[in-house]
Design a protein around this ligand. Sequence first.
Ligand code: BGP
Length: 474
Amino acid sequence: MKAFPEDFLWGAATAAYQVEGAYQQDGKGLSIWDIYSHLPGTTYQGTNGDRAVDHYHRYQEDVRLMAEMGLKSYRFSISWPRIYPAGSGAVNQQGIQFYNDLINELLKYGIVPVATLYHWDLPQALQDLGGWENRELIEQFGQYAKTCFEQFGDRVRYWLTFNETINFIMLGYRDGVHPPAVKEERRAVEVSHIVNLAHAQAVLEYRKLVREKSIAEGMIGIAHVLLTGFPISAAEEDARACEWYEEMDFQWFYDPSLHGRYPERLLNYYQERWQAPTILDGDLALIQSAPIDFIGINYYQSTFLAHNPADGVGFAAINVSGKKGSQQESGIPGLFKRVQNPKVAYTPWDWSIYPEGLYQGMKRIQERYGNIPIMITENGLGDKDPISPSGEILDTPRIDYLREHVRWCQRAIDEGVPLFGYFVWSFIDLLSWLNGYQKQYGLVYVDHQNDLKRVKKQSYDWYRQLIQSNGVTL
Ligand code: BGP
């Protein structure tokens, strides 16, 4: 294969709650996940991030492993309650210190830091004030973002405001399986608007600091899920179902970030059905005033859609027995339903393996939003990796998965898609929100029976070679 662009960012990603641990250490406040995961029956076998993989204490070893792999970039998230234990007010200097140390360690090896401000761990203190349903969070998030830009913006040049707004909103407020465990779609729709305003506020804070030359100019964006939709058949009614799905799961989240508005048909649908979201004077102007520099996309799977009669299926209950987001038989009566595609392979968690969907999704982004630079902020395979008698972690299915997706990336670049980075989810085996430690994504294995010892997987070596050859070994 031919080489990728010279400065292509080959990376890997994690998120604070899933790796750090030290959940009550050095002044950190509690997050909604610290509370929620301790409630009975919320996560797989009661697993939580109290200790996670102890990255907080082992970050130097982890960064060394990244450097040895030749990683060009590392995406991590900043824990809001580590910076502001009470959500706002006093800054926790030890929290600042930790991220300063991590960033400096990365830079020591020439690894480019990419920081996400919100990967779902809201300070519990802010949840107690109503969480994302309270408009005060727009200001609070802006303030938290500003603090991060001021503290780290001299060294961090790539920023993501939010990770996957669709997931923490829909799983948290519609399906009730993430905190705050609400099951009211109307409230999910309200929250999606408030979160868009908070995102815009953070982008404006960033622009202001850059304008004032308080920090160097970098790029700011948001990471959205890409769940490319395909009609299951050539039937007209399945195509219409797919259009509705794309509006709900794709455009509703991407349009405000990239067009500064909501898709009209769906906005009318929500207004009629839920009288939501409540859009106040000035809201849309705020969203419009904050264009982003790049879009982050998290791609794992595609979705196949079929027509759903008015008395059809509702949302699938997402359980904690190990399967999150099983695509079968969930949907909206009258609009669409998700179905399994018999021609496509599925992971043990029923996620479709469809590398072409990544390419098609990027083409759709380009078609709808023009040449916005794209960073693939997550892509990876959740699996149970066997271990050989000699202790080797056998994860060739992960290598196959990654290779095929990277191939489609190359084709997209060849055809003019402005893709500039690719981040494997995840750098290391970490806590899967609802699935504990049994659903592995990492290039590095963590032995929970042996003091969290790190072991390189086959995929670690494969990725190292890929990076070294800049894609040529494909
Ligand atoms: C994304 C999240 C990640 C990660 C990944 C895998 O939605 O941004 O944090 O968890 O999905 O999901 P899971 O662990 O549920 O398999």
